[in-house]
Design a protein around this ligand. Structure first.
Ligand code: SER
Length: 317
């Protein structure tokens, strides 16, 4: 069996995916890479190599020298950052994907995981229970790059037999490492500020409803999709996957149940405009039917877990 390589291992998803892959395959079967030279403490046990996914040659050498057979490509610029760095976001998000897909096309690796996002939808898509297949006219650089990426994944599967698998992640909520540069990041930051300062100013308006998922569910979805048998998968672009959905006001009220003095203020910025174009919830029946997807965490369990885990980090630090 070949090794599992995570590109972008120091990010919000990467740090947790690495831990899960170690549990599933063993520490000697997992390789972490990131553009940042030093890995975060949580994953310091695993073999780590600094890597820029745009550096084809180093990527190829690593895959060969380490006997890699699966790549999880998580390196990307998220929606808010991408609006400020248009060309580099497009370049990283697209060229990074081609570099990995081409390794699979040439037979150097067997399987690829690449995350897409609810950001592939746009203002003209149905907002509630957005179908798997529907109008998708994204208006952000990030959304455009993810939609294009989905089309390329399907193309590589259809034309070259590349076994690439993908999920349209909702906003992801986690405590082990923080997200960076996304429109849904408020739903993580709110916990840190609530515990540090007792208040939070949301950059999304109080009634903006977005699809969200607790990280444990996201990692489990990733694992279940990657372990599903090829014959069961009917979507080779990217699967809708539901977790929960809520507004800033609703998560604020839930936090208040546990921290009664918590104050939530609103100061919407450009990220509010992005969020306005995204779905409120998605229809994930393809994921349910093809590989039995079912989320576990709802808003209540997410809020209590986040408060519990982040308060413990404060005590340790
Ligand atoms: N969480 C991402 C973002 O906000 C969406 O996929 O950019």
């Amino acid at each position: 069996m070949g090794k599992k390589l995570v590109i972008g291992s120091s990010g919000q998803i990467g740090t947790e995916l690495i831990l899960d892959l170690i549990n599933t395959y063993g520490i000697n079967q997992v390789i972490a890479t990131d553009i940042k030279a030093t890995p975060p403490d949580v994953i310091k046990e695993v073999d780590f190599f600094p890597l820029d996914v745009l550096d084809n040659e180093n990527l190829f050498n690593l895959v060969k020298s380490q006997n890699v057979d699966e790549i999880y490509l998580l390196a990307a610029l998220l929606s808010a950052t991408a609006e400020k760095k248009v060309q580099s976001a497009w370049n990283l998000n697209m060229k990074g994907l081609f570099n990995v897909l081409d390794l699979a096309k040439e037979g150097h690796i067997k399987k690829v995981f690449w995350p897409s996002s609810i950001a592939i939808f746009g203002a003209s898509s149905p907002k509630v229970l957005t179908p798997q297949k529907t109008i998708a006219e994204p208006s952000t650089v990030y959304g455009i790059s993810k939609l294009a990426g989905e089309r390329w994944c399907e193309y590589y599967y259809n034309n070259y037999g590349v076994d690439v698998r993908s999920l349209r992640y909702p906003g992801l909520i986690s405590y082990k490492s923080e997200p960076g540069g996304g429109t849904t990041d408020y739903a993580v930051d709110i916990f840190h500020q609530a515990l540090k300062k007792g208040s939070y100013t949301s950059f999304l308006a109080e009634d903006i409803r977005l699809p969200m998922m607790y990280m444990d569910d996201a990692i489990r979805a990733t694992k279940e999709l990657m372990l599903a048998s090829k014959e069961d998968l009917t979507i080779r672009s990217s699967y809708n996957v539901n977790g929960m959905n809520f507004t800033p006001n609703e998560i604020g009220l839930q936090i208040k149940k546990l921290l009664p003095d918590f104050k939530l203020n609103f100061k919407p910025d450009f990220r509010n405009e992005i969020a306005l174009t995204w779905p409120e919830s998605t229809d994930d029946s393809f994921a349910q039917n093809d590989w039995n997807w079912k989320p576990i965490f709802d808003l209540e369990s997410t809020v209590s877990t986040m408060i519990n885990k982040i308060s413990k980090q404060f005590i340790i630090n």
